[in-house]
Ligand binder design. Structure first.
Ligand code: SF4
Length: 319
């Protein structure tokens, strides 16, 4: 059986940076450090950091006074930042710079007097963060039908931004519906879409042209991993999202000659290798690497963590 690995796959620069922020904080300030929400949506990553001394909470109330506090890669609402500041919590912000860019863009549109529309999925922490950053009511849409239901006059001055884990291709239909309905609409340039989401989705589309089965490594609460699986289904390939090799069902392999393997932006490469090991238990496997984009993007760490410092030094407040 051939196993064709997608290129690129797995960790993006925002996830690498977020994990490094937790690791370096533990080195520099000592355990425990508190992280609001899963730093990235991957259970294996979270459990490894827990073993190192990170404590994951959903509410700042669970964080003791003075404890080092880290915001997850998904970003947070302004009210959370305000709460952290009012409590004097020393904060390190692991919000992905591309998410922060969406926040800034949304604020700019609102400052210019436009009503903001966010294309995204209700309940996702990134969406909650963006809606809570803008400082004005935000209309959330996730489908063409939602656009028709918007209670706004067709000549309103509106603008849209998108959740980063939706690609240009995902949002195209919704944007077309917005353009058809609103005469005064602004939106971001295509270059503002998250590079990692776009690259991973394009690679999966290409992969699906040559495989009979798609395996996506990622956690069930990872938005971008779910989207990769959905793309496989849209391409007509049986597709499964698995956390690691233990979730591989041998029945999926019946009659399969070529398996496509990819990983969401929050899934470590060791889990991809674990899936290959699991495949080897059921079949002779020949692994091939797909040609694809080589990513070399890196995001800088917060200044407090760029240089080594004595343990137990105090992190600065704010973002
Ligand atoms: Fe940032 Fe994109 Fe990675 Fe999300 S998927 S953390 S927006 S680089």
């Amino acid at each position: 059986m051939r196993v064709l690995m997608a290129q690129p796959r797995g960790f993006c620069a925002g996830v690498v940076r977020a994990i490094q922020i937790v690791e370096r904080s533990l080195e520099k300030f000592g355990a425990p450090v508190y992280v609001r929400h899963e730093i990235v949506h991957n259970r294996h990553v979270v459990e490894r950091l827990e073993r190192m001394g990170a404590v994951f909470v959903e509410d700042l109330q669970e964080i003791p006074d003075g404890a080092v506090t880290i915001f997850s890669a998904h970003g947070v609402a302004q009210s959370i930042i305000d709460e952290a500041i009012s409590r004097g919590l020393p904060v390190l912000d692991a919000t992905c710079p591309l998410v922060s860019k969406v926040h800034a863009q949304g604020k700019r549109y609102v400052t210019r007097g436009r009503t903001l529309i966010l294309i995204g999925h209700a309940g996702h922490p990134e969406v909650e963060g963006t809606m809570g950053q803008v400082g004005a009511p935000v209309h959330l849409v996730s489908s063409v039908e939602d656009v028709a239901r918007l209670e706004l006059p067709d000549n309103a001055a509106v603008a849209y931004v998108t959740q980063t884990t939706l690609s240009v291709d995902d949002t195209r239909g919704v944007i077309t519906a917005l353009e058809a309905r609103f005469s005064d609409l602004e939106g971001p340039d295509v270059s503002d879409i998250c590079y990692a989401t776009q690259h991973r989705q394009s690679a999966v589309r290409e992969l699906c042209e040559t495989v009979d089965l798609l395996l996506v490594v990622g956690s069930s609460n990872s938005s971008n991993s779910n989207r990769l699986r959905e793309i496989g289904v849209e391409q007509g390939v049986p597709s499964y999202l698995i956390a690691d090799g233990s979730e591989l069902d041998p029945a999926w392999l019946d009659g399969v000659q070529a398996v496509g393997l990819t990983a969401g932006a929050s899934a470590p490469e060791e889990l991809v290798l674990n899936v290959i090991e699991s495949l080897r238990r059921h079949s002779d496997v020949e692994v091939e690497q797909m040609d694809g984009v080589r990513e070399d993007i890196e995001f800088r760490l917060p200044p407090e963590l760029r240089t080594p410092a004595p343990r137990k030094a105090v992190a600065s407040s704010g973002r």
